[in-house]
Design a protein around this ligand. Structure first.
Ligand SMILES: Cc1cc2nc3c(=O)[nH]c(=O)nc-3n(C[C@H](O)[C@H](O)[C@H](O)COP(=O)(O)OP(=O)(O)OC[C@H]3O[C@@H](n4cnc5c(N)ncnc54)[C@H](O)[C@@H]3O)c2cc1C
Length: 309
């Protein structure tokens, strides 16, 4: 075991893994974190804590991950390259290890212009591939970047990254993942999947490179709440592809039945994803809809979650 995290154990034991995202509050209220976390307790193998997603300032992902550890819920710390240089990141990684955090997803981060701090300076001292390599060096060699001095203590992280099969240029996507795996990614969580045929094509390219044998692939799931959300995502969110048939189904849903239709589509997508060779689990990003995660996992017949020693 590289980290001994529950997520690592579940995947190593060959179970179909389930993770879900928890978006920290845009404030300091711990009760809001507790309430969201309780919705996910026992429902998923680990809870991803986003890092100022969409570049909107929120409670720090390290702080929320530490709160989850205290609650006995396993966190996946998300860390982006947008806001900190390598000094701050390595310092935070050491701190996270000391706080008992055992999973880390390494990301570039949404552009700073998206959120509520458009004048913010972007950092990007290192990119997501270099961040993966940096954490691996800290874990496996117990060394900081550019230093030969041995670190006191261990840095036992299960290391992850993100992948987007739906961003152009498409033919570059499997190679981009291969780079992250070469750098040390143990698992990857993908952008949300609506076009299963296109995802299956990407998975074939991933299998052709042999990447699925070295890295566990968790397919992203985001339930659609309404026809309005579906159209918004299809038209405005770069790197998300929603097939016409899904847009039509959501648009044709009777008044008040949008959410139900979205959840039914979600269940169908999960079933199709499970049939694709190399898919090791799902990662549910139910944006501000954590209360539906249990239903999604239950409907997919993925409860109870394995309890591993
Ligand atoms: C599961 C998941 C969770 C996320 N969580 C967060 C979060 O918590 N906080 C947040 O701010 N954002 C988050 N994001 C957004 C994400 O960081 C951005 O969408 C980012 O653009 C892509 O992230 P990455 O780490 O996969 O990027 P990378 O793989 O590092 O790529 C960054 C961008 O640059 C492009 N690129 C990189 N290298 C090249 C090259 N050589 N040639 C051409 N193009 C290149 C990539 O295609 C991509 O668009 C998340 C995304 C996903 C899928």
């Amino acid at each position: 075991m590289k980290s001994g995290s529950n997520l690592e154990k579940v995947l190593a034991a060959g179970h179909f893994a389930v993770t879900a995202e928890l978006g920290p509050p845009a404030g300091s209220d711990v009760e809001l974190v507790n309430a969201k976390a309780e919705l996910l307790r026992g429902v998923v193998d680990a809870v991803n804590v986003t890092d100022n997603q969409t570049a909107v300032v929120r409670m720090s992902s390290t702080a929320v991950s530490a709160l989850l550890v205290r609650m006995g819920i396993e966190p996946v710390l998300q860390m982006v390259c947008r806001d900190r240089n390598r000094i701050a990141m390595q310092s935070d990684i050491l701190g996270a290890a000391a706080l008992g955090i055992r999973n880390i997803t390494c990301l570039s981060g949404d552009h700073q212009g998206f959120g509520n701090q458009s004048g913010a300076k972007k950092v990007f001292d290192i990119d997501s591939v270099q961040l993966v390599a940096m954490v691996r060096r800290m874990r496996d060699e117990r060394r900081l970047l550019g230093s030969d001095v041995e670190l006191a203590g261990t840095v036992p992280f299960f290391i992850g990254a993100a992948a987007n099969p739906f961003a152009k240029p498409y033919e570059f996507r499997a190679l981009r993942l291969a780079k992250k795996v070469e750098a040390g990614a143990d698992y990857v969580q993908t952008q949300c999947v609506y076009d299963v045929a296109m995802f299956a094509q990407w998975m074939k390219a991933v299998r052709d490179l042999g990447v699925h044998t070295r890295c566990r692939i968790l397919a992203g799931i985001t339930p659609l709440k309404s026809a309005g959300m579906t159209r918004y995502m299809a038209q405005n969110v770069p790197g998300i592809i929603i097939p016409e048939a899904i847009i039509k189904r959501m648009s044709d849903a009777p008044k008040g039945k949008g959410a139900e239709t979205g959840l039914a589509i979600c269940a169908e997508i999960i079933e199709q994803l499970r049939a694709i060779e190399g898919v090791a689990g799902i990662h549910i990003m139910a944006i501000e809809w954590e209360q539906k995660v249990r239903q999604i996992v239950q409907t997919a017949k993925l409860l109870p979650r394995p309890a591993l020693p």
